[in-house]
Write a protein of this length. Structure first.
Length: 250
């Protein structure tokens, strides 16, 4: 498959292009770029994509799909990813493949640490700022990922650890001491307890074939983000009401 993948849901910007080796007897080739994102993403993402596509010798119309991390994650980063995916897909008349960032974290952890295990159970954790984390649990078995439950947005101490689930994500430096520790149910259960991992574009490329086969590709206008936090800031009226309530309580 010819694929473009990118994730801008965290402070890092990750982009990758895969060109199929079909008909040549060679494996697909991949071109990648990883750099600081954040405020730089909106200015740098499209030039990076264009450069990698040129290096791969691909036109956008030759892509089988455009995969992107659809959230949860940074509000601005997700909006940028959706806008770029929509614009490129409309122009090239190709479909988009939204992929959950927490699933990409789980895949990156599996690939880094335990690719040889037949079964891998992991709780993916991403820093949501505002003293909260995004949480999603997954099981990898028989070459397929299955999500266990839904997504949640919680304080670190509220995390519920299931036996034999590793933890993976970008939260350990900030919240590690506040997170309940993962544990194995027996001494014979192999597990890497905590893995630093981000939702990389290479993880999106590995996930894409199975998700495409399952019908995960959608038209460009459905390149939409997954939001868990409905509000990221209080309004002026809400802050004024809180101050008034505090004064009244004195």
């Amino acid at each position: 498959m010819n694929l473009l993948a990118f994730d801008t849901s965290t402070d890092m910007m990750s982009v990758a292009v895969q060109r199929s080796g079909a008909g040549t007897g060679q494996a697909p080739r991949t071109w990648q770029h990883t750099a600081l994102g954040g405020a730089l993403t909106s200015a740098h993402l499209i030039p990076v994509i264009q450069r990698l596509m040129t290096q791969a010798g691909l036109q956008f119309g030759q892509l089988d799909a455009i995969a992107f991390g659809c959230g949860p994650g940074s509000f601005t980063g997700l909006r940028t990813a959706c806008a770029v995916a929509q614009g490129l897909a409309f122009g090239a008349q190709v479909k988009v493949l939204p992929i959950a960032t927490l699933l990409a974290v789980a895949e990156e952890a599996r690939w880094q640490q335990v690719a040889e295990w037949a079964r891998y159970q992991v709780t993916a954790l991403l820093d949501a700022r505002m003293d909260e984390i995004y949480v999603g649990s997954y099981v990898f078995e028989s070459g397929q990922w299955t999500q266990v439950g839904g997504y949640s947005l919680i304080h670190p101490e509220a995390l519920v650890c299931e036996p034999d689930y590793s933890q993976a994500g970008n939260v350990f430096a900030t919240y590690g001491a506040r997170l309940p520790a993962p544990f194995a149910s027996s001494l014979v259960v192999p597990m890497v307890h905590r893995v630093d991992a981000l939702p990389t574009a290479s993880a999106l490329l590995r996930l894409a074939p199975a998700l495409l086969a399952a019908g995960g590709a959608v038209p460009a206008d459905q390149a939409l983000p997954i939001y868990i936090r409905d509000k990221v800031a209080k309004t002026t009226l809400e802050r004024a009401a809180e101050k008034a309530a505090e004064k009244a309580a004195l």
